[in-house]
Design a protein around this ligand. Structure first.
Ligand SMILES: Cc1cc2nc3c(=O)[nH]c(=O)nc-3n(C[C@H](O)[C@H](O)[C@H](O)COP(=O)(O)O)c2cc1C
Length: 493
């Protein structure tokens, strides 16, 4: 299995969807919450303060601050604004409610788990923890000094973000690995931006020996490490470190469903993208991204003073957008695009692999059409003129939200360039980047009073044909839409 085979075999087409209809086995739906049974559980203080720095400023690279006096308060504020439950929805037919989180997830299935290692936090025992979002608590999996042997991993807080692919495969089958990677990109940015909003720097590692990290964290075999995120900074409340022997508390992770359907294609792509079995060597440099400039210069970005904490927790995916006449301003679009161009702090993101194509439906001062963003010069290049609403919705598997939005996006990933630099592992990095860009789009839209939705379902080859892409220009990896959301009556606190 290579990334090319996996990607080719998981492309959507009208024929592929007709060929293999899928019915959801509700009785065997995987539990969206992992628990470690029988381990000590540490309280994270309820209702942590809202990080007040404006969300757009954080997205623009500014750091906020925190008054958290100790480890528990700090971790509570961090996780409450990156991974916690933030709303719920009611199922109209039964009245039951289900949870929504700060980080979005394809189908709300949440394959991503947050584990973290702490060292020297004030009034907080050193050890390895797992975040339990259902109760906003930390499960203490191990106590004491644990040394993860990764370059630069001496930070006081190190997160290991993992994917449980079966949760996603239950609904999306073979294509689910792509969504796990997108979700991972969202989760990484949710964490990195929340950390920055409370005065921390983060650095993400995508290039690590998978099996060593799995063994180090004693992960259940259904759970795979994907990104390691180190946090440092003066705002983390620290004490003098002291030596302490390591004690592990039970390694019994809950079984998330009674049966698990095998998806050999997912196991195959995961194995192909692992570094575990090869001799360790550092990450290599990738060729620079192609650059250019569009004939349309973007104006100064619109501003917003909405606090990061409020924006992060209020962010929701729109089920649909109000079509009609209401448009967004070019300054709003400019602000949204600017945050996608800000650097990512990660070993795999020194150069970028994803380029944005925009289906402009209703943006003041911009004719409807298809455009390409050239971020270095903040310029748009017009590729096609005319109404794109039917095309955007049709290409997004007929989902009307992509036509009713003010602007829809195709993210084009240069998978070949990523593979030249990083081998099959590059497949992960391109999707992480797409998810991370998506997360910034969500937050910027919310800050500006708009709504957004990530769209993982699209007709791959149709998109390539419509955009007139040659294989060297890349392949579609993610869609997105931004506009005025239709209110969702099922939504509650
Ligand atoms: C990678 C990814 C792909 C998604 N694809 C779609 C999609 O194709 N159509 C759609 O309506 N929503 C899509 N969503 C939105 C999710 O359904 C939404 O995030 C989830 O229901 C949780 O809701 P929330 O974002 O409000 O927390 C996607 C989200 C992500 C992160």
């Amino acid at each position: 299995m290579t990334w090319r085979e996996y990607h080719e075999l998981t492309k959507h087409s009208v024929e592929s969807l007709k060929r293999s209809p899928h019915f959801l086995d509700w009785a065997n739906m995987p539990d969206p919450f992992r628990h470690y049974e029988g381990v000590p559980v540490l309280d994270l203080p309820a209702d942590p303060p809202v990080p007040e720095t404006p969300a757009l400023a954080v997205l623009d690279g500014f750091s906020g601050a925190t008054s958290a006096p100790d480890g528990a308060a700090f971790l509570s504020q961090l996780l409450f604004h990156s991974a916690a439950i933030s709303a719920s929805k009611r199922v109209p037919s039964t009245g039951d409610r289900y949870a929504l989180r700060v980080n979005p997830s394809s189908g709300n299935l949440h394959p991503t788990e947050f584990h973290f290692l702490t060292r020297g936090l004030k009034e907080w025992p050193d050890g390895l923890y797992h975040y339990r979002p259902s109760a906003h608590m930390a499960e203490q999996r191990a106590l004491g000094n644990l040394e993860m042997k990764l370059p630069r991993s001496s930070a006081p807080i190190v997160f290991v973000l993992t994917s449980i692919a079966w949760r996603e495969a239950w609904k999306y089958r073979d294509r689910a690995y792509r969504y796990c990677l997108h979700d991972m990109g969202h989760a990484w940015q949710a964490l990195a931006l929340a950390a920055q909003a409370i005065g921390c720097d983060s650095f993400a590692l995508g290039h690590f020996p998978d099996d060593e990290v799995s063994q180090f964290c004693r992960l259940h075999e259904d759970e795979w490490p994907m990104i390691v995120v180190e946090l440092r900074g003066g705002s983390i409340p620290l004490r003098e470190p002291h030596a302490c022997e390591t004690v592990w508390y039970g390694e019994h992770a809950n079984q998330i469903s009674s049966e698990r359907t095998a998806y050999p294609l997912i196991d195959g792509i995961h194995d192909a993208t692992k570094l575990g079995n090869r001799p360790w060597r550092g990450i290599s440099a990738a060729e620079p991204a192609p650059s250019g400039s569009g004939e349309i210069k973007l104006p100064s970005p619109a501003s917003s003073w909405r606090a990061f904490g409020e924006v992060a927790r209020m962010r929701r995916s729109a089920l649909d957008f109000q079509g009609g006449m209401q448009s967004m301003t070019l300054a709003q679009l400019s602000a949204i695009l600017a945050v996608t161009a800000r650097p990512f702090f990660a070993d795999f993101a020194a150069v970028r692999f994803v380029q944005l194509y925009l289906y402009i439906h209703r943006v003041d001062g911009l004719q409807p059409g298809l455009y390409r963003l050239w971020p270095e010069r903040a310029g748009l290049e017009r590729i096609k003129s005319g109404d794109q609403r039917v095309a955007a919705a049709g290409l997004s598997l007929g989902q009307e939200l992509a036509g009713n939005a003010c602007v829809a996006f195709s993210m084009i990933g240069d998978l070949e360039r990523a593979a030249r630099a990083h081998g099959d592992r590059g497949y992960r990095y391109v999707h992480f980047e797409a998810g991370a860009i998506g997360h910034r789009l969500y937050l910027a839209a919310e800050a500006l009073g708009l709504g957004a939705t990530g769209i993982g379902a699209f007709y791959d080859q149709e998109v390539h044909r419509y955009l007139n892409l040659t294989p060297e220009q890349g392949q579609v990896v993610y869609h997105f839409a931004i506009g005025y959301p239709v209110p969702d009556p099922r939504l509650g606190a």
